[in-house]
Design a protein around this ligand. Structure first.
Ligand SMILES: [Zn+2]
Length: 258
């Protein structure tokens, strides 16, 4: 019992450290900067290198009262939020897999989904690097899994990307505008390697459902002249559907298949 609790605490702390790294990825990757250079984080306002003691996940944000130590410009609440979210993802991954090689692959899956979510929210793009990295990880993982084969992984990728591509194609033909980016299609190929064909269907269905609900709420609260003009990225909703499936997929599948 105590050992379990300590493991979960370590998993949470490890997750927040990875979350801190994800903040760097989210900031640097879409700006085409190197992820690893410079090695230290810097304040986006004044450029000062952030000291290690000001860069402790979650804690530093509160110690600094959300402001840069040097220039006092405010630090986005998103940084501690991403760190916390990644900590929770690490705990959930451990809960799902136990201490095993599966933990590494499942947690990596969620970490990539988190990075994609915030880059898509900020820039309306999904970097190919993340989709490709995730695809390779998912395919590699399929060789280790007991519940899954490489054939399942490839089938998941083909079904996921194929269906989303068809939806995008139909939408463009019907409305004459591009509604879904090709980044979403590639993202589904990556997700499919992890969740298989049934999981791909679930992810698209769940993502579309939640995305539609959020879209309707946005349409309701936004001003009349903005209606139809706002753009809601689909990536975060696919990420949410995929995360729900990887953690609760067996429950969902048993319930659905009776
Ligand atoms: Zn500063």
């Amino acid at each position: 019992m105590e050992t379990n609790l300590i493991l979960y605490i370590v998993a949470f702390i490890f997750g927040t450290i990875i979350g801190s790294f994800l903040n760097v990825v989210i900031y640097r990757l879409p700006r085409r900067g190197s992820i690893l250079k410079p090695a230290f984080s810097f304040c986006p306002s004044c450029g000062t290198t952030i000291k290690w003691y000001d860069n402790i996940p979650i804690i530093s944000y509160f110690l600094l009262k959300g402001r840069c130590r040097v220039c006092k410009s405010s630090i986005s609440k998103r940084y501690p939020f991403v760190e916390f979210l990644t900590g929770v993802a690490s705990v959930l991954s451990l809960w799902k897999t136990g201490l095993s090689i599966d933990y590494f692959f499942v947690f990596s899956f969620i970490a990539i989904l988190i990075a994609i979510t915030f880059i898509d929210l900020d820039f309306k793009i999904i970097p190919d690097e993340l989709n490709l990295f995730g695809f390779i990880l998912g395919l590699t993982y399929s060789f280790f899994r007991k519940d899954f084969t490489p054939v399942d992984a490839v089938l998941g990728a083909v079904v996921g990307a194929g269906i989303l591509w068809l939806i995008a194609f139909a939408y463009e033909k019907l409305r004459g505008i591009e509604g879904l980016g090709f980044g979403d299609v590639k993202m589904m190929a990556f997700i499919g390697t992890y969740v298989g064909w049934f999981g791909s269907l679930f992810t698209i269905f769940f993502g579309s459902l939640i995305g539609t609900i959020v879209g309707l709420i946005f349409a309701y609260v936004s001003k009349a002249e903005d209606k139809g003009n706002f753009e809601i990225p689909f990536g975060p909703f696919l990420a949410l559907g995929a995360a729900v499936y990887i953690f609760f997929g067996d429950v969902i599948k048993n319930w659905y298949l009776g």
